[in-house]
Design a protein around this ligand. Structure first.
Ligand SMILES: Nc1ncnc2c1ncn2[C@@H]1O[C@H](COP(=O)(O)OP(=O)(O)OP(=O)(O)O)[C@@H](O)[C@H]1O
Ligand SMILES: [Mg+2]
Length: 333
């Protein structure tokens, strides 16, 4: 059986010369949750638009469920669900009515559609609001209704473009649980884009990290993090004035020591934190250095991104991110 999604050297250059997606080759297996992770402007929406037949590629080819997206767009559309970054619901209708209209468009009879819509609304925590107009919904409720609209016809393959943008932590956690459930109970394949590193990490079986239209790394989040081959250990002496640079740099398995600005803490990159921690405790004891704390941090996808691009993920993505309405220009962190 063919893969759920295959693309070969797929690319899009917009008129005017912007190369939004340069040349992407990837395979998504049936039943896989695949995360396409990258900062703002990386090319995520452009890629998902080509895979869902909304945009014509300028290079390469793509198949969805074995069907060529350029030659048979109608057939592809029948197989897939799509939740787009921008809202598509009709404000003047209720949540339930929106889903009824969509189910009708997908050819479901009212008798088939009714129980399914009820279940979708319940699962997305919209049961109580189902018969209210969408114009009265909060941002998070609208997002959840969008997700319902993408799955009401029970597609075998669901594309989600930044599905949790604008959801609060509780809404995001609930959504992740729902996606995992769709995969395990329905065997649905899920292809999602996100610029949240933690979301890609928690949810995806595999991720592709993209930047400037190129795939930089593909693999399971665990494999990508392990490929860095190092952990980070934060060492804090009780006396912040105590210089530990040469003591730390002399310990086995240390690849770098970074005295963090001002607070007396050292950020040490080591091969394995499990063997480094007892070693640092012993060495400090022997040198008469009292420690206030030692904390280990396994690498995050953040560090994978930093390693492959040479720059911090957060800076880049947050610098370009729109500031939500009602907040001032300063951001925490
Ligand atoms: N219709 C268009 N015409 C010209 N350039 C475009 C068009 N759509 C997107 N681009 C450009 O292509 C690049 C990739 O855009 P895309 O929307 O795919 O990024 P993204 O990863 O989805 O970003 P975000 O996280 O902000 O949604 C950007 O430089 C963008 O300005
Ligand atoms: Mg986008």
């Amino acid at each position: 059986m063919s893969d759920a999604v295959t693309c070969k050297n797929l690319g899009k250059t917009f008129p005017g010369g912007v190369e939004a997606v340069s040349s992407v080759s990837l395979d998504v297996a049936h039943g896989e949750i695949y995360g396409f992770l990258g900062p703002n402007g990386a090319g995520k929406t452009t890629l998902i638009s080509m895979l869902t037949t909304l945009l014509r590629p300028t290079r390469g080819s793509a198949e969805v469920e074995g069907i060529d997206v350029v030659r048979y767009p109608e057939r592809v559309r029948r197989r897939i669900g799509l939740v787009f970054q921008r809202s598509t619901s009709d404000d003047a209708l209720t949540g339930r009515e929106n889903l009824e209209v969509l189910a009708g468009l997908h050819g479901l009879s009212p008798r088939e559609a009714r129980p399914r819509i009820r279940e979708v609304l319940e699962r997305l925590d919209l049961g109580e609001a189902a018969d209210r107009r969408v114009s009265t919904y909060s941002g998070g409720m609208r997002r959840r209704l969008e997700i319902g609209a993408g799955i009401v016809h029970e597609p075998s393959l669901l594309f989600l473009d930044e599905p949790t943008l604008g959801l609060d932590p509780q809404g995001r956690a609930g959504f992740w649980e729902y996606v995992r459930d769709l995969r395990s109970r329905r065997g649905m394949t899920i292809f999602l884009t996100t610029h949240y590193l933690d979301e890609a990490d928690q949810l995806s079986d595999r991720v592709s990290i993209i930047d400037h239209g190129r795939v930089l790394r593909t693999g399971s989040p665990v494999a990508l993090k392990e490929s860095l081959g190092r952990d980070v250990v934060l060492v804090r002496p009780s006396d912040p004035a105590r210089d530990l640079r040469s003591l730390l740099a002399g310990l086995p398995g240390v690849s770098s020591v970074d005295p963090r600005a001002g607070d007396g803490e050292y950020r040490v990159k080591v091969a394995r934190s499990e063997s480094f921690v007892p070693a640092v405790v012993r060495a400090c004891d022997a040198a008469g250095v009292e420690l206030a704390g030692v904390a280990t941090r396994k690498p995050s996808l953040d560090e994978v991104f930093l390693t492959v691009t040479g720059r911090e993920y957060r800076e880049e993505s947050e610098a370009n991110a729109p500031v939500p309405a009602g907040t001032t220009g300063t951001r925490g962190r």
